[in-house]
Ligand binder design. Structure first.
Ligand code: AR6
Length: 177
């Protein structure tokens, strides 16, 4: 499923984000950038130790990455040159929609700062953090669509969903945009 917004394209696909050859992939990280399980664990396993090392350096220099913000490292052995580590909300922590919107925007802003033209997102917070996929699809797609309404160097944004259920929900939601 694809949708054009101005000169940019939003794509919804099912797949493994660690295989994406976009300029950067987004990781669903925690505030300590301790990439244990979920998509974070998969990214570090495939990209190599450099991703965790650069994440540790970031935290040593800047402190924890607050929920709703993001950090960037190189992609190591991944096809993507960079990994943008966005910290989404833990369900039940309050203001979850705002926090997810902010995490998504923080990733988009880092992509702009680095002059990237393509970016792939997972469904942030919908695994271990327990946030409902429907809400995630609505918040992330609206945030990206609004962002692309303004001038941007991003030509292609992919939502890479791991399972059929999430793919269906994101596909339905993009049709409503
Ligand atoms: N490609 C695309 N999506 C994936 C992949 C993959 N390879 N693997 C999992 N997903 P989660 P969170 C989907 O739990 O909820 C980590 O330990 C998964 O099906 O990775 O934000 C971090 O270090 C789900 O839909 O992230 C944090 O501590 C989505 O990615 C914590 O989990 C997000 O699931 C973050 O929890």
């Amino acid at each position: 499923m694809k949708k054009n917004i101005n000169d940019s394209l939003i794509e919804i696909i099912r797949g493994d984000i660690t295989e994406m050859a976009t300029d950067a992939i987004v990781n669903a990280a925690n505030e300590r950038l301790a990439h244990g399980g979920g998509v974070a664990g998969a990214i570090v396993r495939k990209g190599g130790k450099i991703i965790q090392q650069e994440s540790d350096n970031w935290v040593a220099q800047h402190g924890r990455v607050a929920t709703g913000s993001a950090a960037i490292t190189r992609g190591g052995d991944l096809k993507a040159r960079y990994v943008i580590h966005a910290v989404g909300p833990v369900m039940g922590s309050g203001d979850e929609d705002e926090k997810l919107k902010s995490a998504t925007l923080s990733a988009l802003k880092l992509a702009k700062e680095y002059g990237l033209s393509s970016l792939a997102f997972p469904a942030i917070s919908t695994g271990i953090f327990g946030y409902p996929v429907e809400r995630c699809a609505r918040v992330m797609l609206l945030t990206v669509a609004d962002y692309l309404d303004n001038e941007t160097c991003l030509e292609r944004i992919v939502f890479c969903l791991f399972d059929e259920h999430s793919l269906q929900i994101f596909t339905n939601e993009i049709k409503r945009l």
